[in-house]
Design a protein around this ligand. Sequence first.
Ligand code: SF4
Length: 119
Amino acid sequence: MNEPANWPKHPPTRTPAHAPACRQPAGAFFPLIDRNRCEGAGPCVAACPTQVLQIGVLTPPQRRGLSLKGRIKAFAHRHRQAQLVAPGRCEACGACVQVCPEQAITLRRGAPAASGVRS
Ligand code: SF4
């Protein structure tokens, strides 16, 4: 079967326009980032349609919470990881979860502080 000439040569990458449509009210969920897995590559930042995430440097408390393997990994990536800058804007579309190559993101119900998360 021949594809139309105007079809893209490669599958489209996930962008905000491709984010799933099964969204929740803003702030009902937030992305929990596994600090021992995140490598700060940033596809989650690009995928998020509501700018919840940003790449930043781990804070001292975040560094103290790492496992030995996580510390080595973080050092190798200059302690740069995804950070929550506006968790209240999360609409639980799941785009960040899908694009993370390290499977470092899961969605949790509620707000980070209410869940005891220091992200
Ligand atoms: S689940 Fe939330 S943080 Fe993740 S891409 Fe969607 S809106 Fe952004």
